[in-house]
Design a protein around this ligand. Sequence first.
Ligand code: ZN
Length: 402
Amino acid sequence: MQQPRPETHVPSLVVGWVLAGSFDEVDRAAIRLARSDVLRRLEEAFPAFEWRMPVVRRAELGQARRIEPVELLDAGVIEREANQWDFVFVVAAADLQSYFRPYALGAPAQSIDCAALSTARLDPDMTEGDLPRDERIALLAQRIGALALHLFGHLNDAPHSEHPEDFMYDFRAVSDLDRMTRFSEETRKVLEEALTEAADLRLEEEHGVPRGAFRFYLHALTDRREEIFSAVLQVRPWRFPFQFSKLTTAAASTLIALMISAEAWDLGMRQPAAHVALLSALALAGTSYYLIHKQNLILHRHARRLTEQQAVTALSVIFAVVLGMFTTYVLLFLTTVALGQTLFTPDLIGEWATSLHGDVTMTQYFSFAAFVAALGISIGALGASFEEQGYFRHVAYVDEET
Ligand SMILES: [Zn+2]
């Protein structure tokens, strides 16, 4: 028998902390302090929710001096799904591997509601010299807390702020964290909205009935489209061709090889528009599936049952990869059209593509370009499968190197 829900139900939100690896005594004290600080600040800023912050230790992780943020994020997702948390902070003493900046203090991944952060560069001992123990712990705790809340903002779609005291301030140096002590009213409003959605999701999960997987995904797609949309935006998949050099190299080589061969022009230009459209759609779907599978982008956990959060995560990753491959496709298409128009004149192509009998139109250039782009992303995906898994997943998950 189902109990009627009381009218005064306070929506709850759970933010888990995963402590990865071993910490020295100062770190441990500072993390404890930071956690209760973050809890208090969230309770004060968002009193409409009931906040909980369980802590889990994963000592075997992050023992090396440097760690891939995706390794920490993976551990966070496992805990999040096992314990049904809404958000996770994974804290490590190890320094985070960064690819686009000299170093990273944190790595938020909105699509999986998880953020990794490192204490390696936060210790005041490195910036302020010798401080009394209590002061050192208090300052370190302030930095960890401010960093965690900055990342929390990113997980909930808050933009950067101009105010140095706002947690969403786009800080440059570690010492900037010392001044970040509050959420400005604009930031707070954005967060409140995102949190209300997250709390709704939790409520639905607590009371929802299990459905078939397909209907479940469909429901998540229609119901959570804004969340999926913003997660995909955070990944910025249009960067894919510029960040995956193996993808781009393989795709560009294919383009060149096809453009200088007469048979390719003949074959490509002869295809009806419907054929190249179908070929392009198949190439896009096939390469996206291949990369998601090959790079392990959707991890199947032994969760008790499929949750809507998992569905949202999977859909965000799928859309991001499809969009990334589509960007590559469009670039190849435009390059082929541009080169075709400038270097490969209708006279020349008329001679090459003999089956057209000299009848070369713009539509046929487009057909050829789509043909080249479809083959280009297919070979490109093979190249991208040689990208290091850590790097590929870093680009696919991490929204910013904070
Ligand atoms: Zn930021």
